[in-house]
Design a protein around this ligand. Structure first.
Ligand code: FES
Length: 49
C-alpha cells in the first residue's frame, strides 16, 4: 500500500490504490481541509511533490 509522507510534518498515512488521498488522510486521523468531499470545490487541493 503506498505511503504518503507530509513534507515537513514528520507524519503521513497509507493510501490504498483505489482510495482518494483526502479520504485516506481523514481515515488515518490526519486533519485536512475540505468541503465537498467529491472533487468540485478545490478546498482539499495541495501540492504533490
Ligand atoms: S473537498 Fe476536495 S474538491 Fe471539495
Amino acid at each position: 500500500m503506498p505511503r504518503i509522507d507530509l513534507s515537513g510534518t514528520g507524519t503521513g498515512f497509507d493510501c490504498a490504490e483505489d482510495d482518494t488521498l483526502l479520504r485516506a488522510a481523514l481515515r488515518s486521523g490526519v486533519g485536512m481541509s475540505y468541503s465537498c468531499n467529491v472533487g468540485s470545490c478545490g478546498n482539499c487541493r495541495f501540492e504533490l511533490v
